[in-house]
Each structure stands twice: as structure tokens, then as C-alpha cells.
Ligand binder design. Sequence first.
Ligand SMILES: Cc1ncc(COP(=O)(O)O)c(C=O)c1O
Length: 354
Amino acid sequence: MPLTPQEMRALYPIARRYAYLDHAAIAPLATPVRSTIEVFLGRLTEEPFDLAHWERFRSQVRGRIAELLAVGPESIAFTKNTTSGLGLVAVGLDWEAGDNIVGVDREFPANIYPWMGLKRKGVELRLYRAEQGRIDVKALARLCDQRTRVLAISAVQFWSGFRTDLAALSTVLKGRDILLVVDAIQAAGALRLDLRATPVDFLCAGAQKWLLGPIGVGFAYVGPRMLERLTPVTIGTDSVVRDEESGILGMGAAINLLLRAGLPAVEDAVLRLADRLRDELPTRGYELVLKPMSPSERSGIVSFRHPRMVPAELHTRLREAGVIISLRGDFLRASPHYYNSDEDLDRLLEALPQ
Ligand SMILES: Cc1ncc(COP(=O)(O)O)c(C=O)c1O
């Protein structure tokens, strides 16, 4: 039987006190995630290290990530976070002066700075300026030329919640020798990412947001074309960072909950809750940062502001009412997950002054 939102909610002690609607920032931990980490640490404290046991666990987690993306487990690597995933590409490709990378303006720094850093090798970063937050994949692809090696984009923009049509983007790039690199942290765990239907060359995410895992661990998917061209920068036993073991297990326990719930059910619930906010906030005098959005452009992120009220004051007021969302510059950002309830949303809407 799939795990229902109510059953999953019962695994979140935080949900008893707060309307926690901030999964685009940092997710709280479920009790099975915590206990998985604690059992592992306890064992390390009391018992000799059991390598076979550990390797079995690790391949289970790799398998779960592969299931999440509908790919083979051999294409998955563990990383520290999104930044270190994107860094594998920035540092691992054989760049030549005159190459360029196409990206999107106002992306999270994790998906800008690694590319900017290549300037010292003579590599140019070209940024697409999204018209009112919308990314037109054809216009984006027009920034590419013969020297474009990588197109780097977030599946969902962290500030606006705009979701890029990755399938359309990969179709537009088809036949061109441009690697499609995706920062998936604002999508993985909330929205379906079926890489069979959406061929990308590289995709990575940290576990700490919609994947409901701990901070300090993440994964990268390396597609066949990327695998051919990437040179690992740190080469050692397993060629992965070795101090994330408890994080890997925590991430595995969290993804297990999402798989038990069922990825289509998770996506439906996230979009339903976010759509309710997108519908109701404007009727209460709030404006959406991005509007109106066609279904394929929507994600679990709802950013909004009041035409007159100061966002920081609204944010404080919500905190006092036990409602947790993000303050991001001149707007607020709510991001409900599968286990949130309509009562959580009522609490947010009721705490907002009209
Ligand atoms: C689009 C995007 N990428 C990356 C990150 C975080 O990167 P990291 O996992 O390296 O901390 C965030 C966090 O807010 C984000 O919104």
C-alpha cells in the first residue's frame, strides 16, 4: 500500500507544531531518516566497521536514486551537494579558449559561479535573460553556437518557481554537440524527472530540499555522452567523497519515503497544494511573482508579495503564527510538500493580513 500524505505527516514531528512550507529552502527530517542515521552512527561507535554491509546499503541507495530518475544505477554518483555536482562538469571537461557555456540569468549561484570561474581558461558564459521570468527554450537555444559546449539550467528556478520544459529543451538541442546540464534541486523529490523521456547529459541535486534528506549529501546522474568526456578531478578509492556515509543513508531513507508514496502521487499533491496557493493568494490582495502559469510551467514553489506591505514584516508575522516559508528579497516563497495538509495552507492564508 502506498504511503499516504497523512501517514507520511505522522513521521514528521515538526508538522505537529509548524505549518512547514519551506521545502525549497531546507527540508525537516522525518523520524525514519533520523533513526537510519543514528543506527549507522551507533553501529560505528560500538562495532567494527562492516564493509560488506556498508556496500550493500550504499548500492541500495544508488538503486533508489536510479529509480527516482528511471535510469540505471551505474550512472549515479554520490556527491556532497548540487555545487559539487556541477563542479564535476566545470572542472572535468577539457575546455578550450573560445568555448562558451549558455546559462540563465538569475539562477542560483551554484549554477553560475562554477561557469564564471572558467573565464580564466578563456571560456565565455552567455546568460539568457528570461522575459518576466519565463524561459523560452527556442530563444535560449538561439544563444548557442558552434563553440557552445554546455547548456546549464535549473529544472525549476529557485526564485520564481518557473519550471523549464526539459523534454522540449532536449528536443531543440537534438543533433547538436551541446551537453545539457541540469541543476535539479528544486524539482527532484517533488516533480517527476523521467530521464528516459527527457534525455539530459548530466543532472545533479543536493538532498536537503524536496528529496527530504540531510544537508551535505547529494547525487549526480552522468549520461553516456558526458561520461565519455568527463575526467574525474579527485581520483581515489571509489572516487567519491568518503565522509558522507551517514548522509548517504539518510538520503536513502528519505527517498525511500518518496518512493513508497509513489512519485506521481507526490507530484500531484505538491502541485495541488501549490495551485491552491496560486489561486487563493491573488483573491486576498497578494500578487504572484510569476503569473499566469501554464500547467507545464508550474512547480511546488509559489513566490508572492503584497503591493504595499513590507515582506520582512509579513515573514515575521508568519513565523509568530508558526508558519515557515522563505523571505527572498522583496517577496515571500512558499513550497509545500506531499505530507503538508490543507490545514497548513489555511494557517498560512489566515496569518496573512488582507
Ligand atoms: C537552484 C538551486 N541550486 C542549488 C542550490 C543549493 O546548492 P547546494 O546543494 O550546493 O547547497 C539551491 C539552494 O537554494 C538552489 O535553489
